[in-house]
Design a binder for this molecule. Structure first.
Ligand SMILES: [Fe+2]
Ligand SMILES: [Fe+2]
Length: 286
C-alpha cells in the first residue's frame, strides 16, 4: 500500500469513529437573541471599517447575526455544489482508491447542511440565495477534476479559519459555537484529504499539461478565490442588519485596507500551499 492509499484509509477510519446522528447531536434553543454575538466581531466582514465603527454595540451584534446567516448560507451553497461534484466522481473509473472516502465526504457534507440550514431557517426564516457565478469552458484531460478539487480546497480552507476561531470564542451564542466546532471536526479530515489529493493530482498531470493550461488553471483558481471572498460581503445581510445603501457598503468595504488585510491573513495558509506546489503561479491580490 502506498502513502496516498494509507492516508485515505486512515481518513476513512477517522470518519467512522467520529460518525454522529445530526438530528440528536445539537440542542437548539427556542430562539436566538440578536443582541448577542453570533459571529466573532473581528471576523465580521465590515470590521475595521467606518461602516462598523459607526454602529452601536447592539447594532454590531445584530449585524453579527446576519453575518452568521450569510456564513452558514454560503457554506450550504458551497456544499451543494461539492456534493454534486463528489456524487459524479463516486465509483468513476480510476477513482477506486478515493471512492470509499467520497462516501464519508458526501455523508458529512449533508450533515453540515442540516446544521447550517437548521440554524438559518429556525432563526432567520431563510437561507440567503447563492450569488456565485459559474463559468463553463473546455478542458484538457484531468483539468476538470483538478479544478473541482482545487476549488473545494480553497473554499474549505477559508471556512475552516472562521470555524476554528468561532468554535473557541466564548463571546458567541453556544449553538453558534457548537455548529462551528462540529463543522471544523469533520473539515479537518476534508482539508487533509483535499491537500493530499490536489498535490497528488497536480504531480500526475502537470507534466502532460502545457504551460498555457497551467497558467489558465492558476488564473481560474485566483478568480475563484476572489469570487469566494466576495460572498462574505453580502448586501442582503447588511440590509437585514439595518444598514443603508447596502450595495455601496459592499463595494467600498471590499476596497478598504482593513478588509484586504483580513482576507490576506485568512487566506495565507491556503495560498502558501498552492504556491509552494506550483499551482498558483503568482500571489493573488485580494
Ligand atoms: Fe462542510
Ligand atoms: Fe467539507
Amino acid at each position: 500500500m502506498n502513502t496516498f492509499e494509507a492516508s485515505v484509509e486512515k481518513l476513512c477510519s477517522a470518519s467512522i469513529k467520529d460518525y454522529i446522528n445530526p438530528y440528536s447531536y445539537l440542542e437548539w434553543p427556542e430562539k436566538i437573541d440578536t443582541e448577542q454575538w453570533s459571529t466573532t466581531p473581528e471576523l465580521i466582514s465590515l470590521y475595521g471599517t467606518p461602516f462598523y465603527d459607526g454602529l452601536s454595540t447592539a447594532e454590531q451584534q445584530r449585524l453579527s447575526f446576519y453575518e452568521a446567516i450569510n456564513f452558514f448560507s454560503l457554506n450550504i451553497h458551497g456544499e451543494k455544489s461539492l456534493i454534486e461534484g463528489l456524487a459524479q466522481r463516486l465509483y468513476r473509473k480510476g477513482n477506486d482508491l478515493v471512492s470509499p472516502y467520497i462516501h464519508h465526504f458526501l455523508d458529512e457534507e449533508n450533515k453540515h447542511m442540516i446544521y447550517f440550514g437548521g440554524f438559518c431557517v429556525r432563526y432567520a426564516g431563510k437561507v440567503y440565495p447563492d450569488r456565485k457565478m459559474v463559468f463553463t469552458r473546455e478542458y484538457e484531460p484531468g483539468e476538470d477534476d483538478f479544478m473541482f478539487f482545487g476549488k473545494v480546497l480553497i473554499f474549505e480552507e477559508i471556512v475552516d479559519v472562521y470555524n476554528k476561531r468561532m468554535a473557541k470564542d466564548e463571546r458567541l451564542a453556544p449553538i453558534v459555537r457548537q455548529i462551528n466546532f462540529l463543522h471544523h471536526r469533520d473539515e479537518s479530515r476534508h482539508l487533509a484529504f483535499g491537500r493530499l489529493l490536489v498535490k497528488n493530482m497536480y504531480e500526475r498531470y502537470s507534466d502532460v499539461w502545457s504551460m498555457d493550461t497551467r497558467e489558465r488553471i492558476s488564473e481560474y483558481l485566483k478568480n475563484y478565490l476572489q469570487a469566494t471572498w466576495k460572498e462574505y460581503y453580502n448586501p442582503a445581510a447588511y440590509k437585514d442588519a439595518g444598514l443603508k445603501d447596502a450595495f455601496d457598503v459592499q463595494e467600498q468595504a471590499l476596497q478598504m485596507q482593513a478588509t484586504r488585510k483580513h482576507r490576506a491573513e485568512v487566506s495565507a495558509g491556503c495560498i502558501r500551499f498552492l504556491m509552494e506546489n506550483g499551482i498558483l503561479l503568482e500571489q493573488p491580490q485580494l
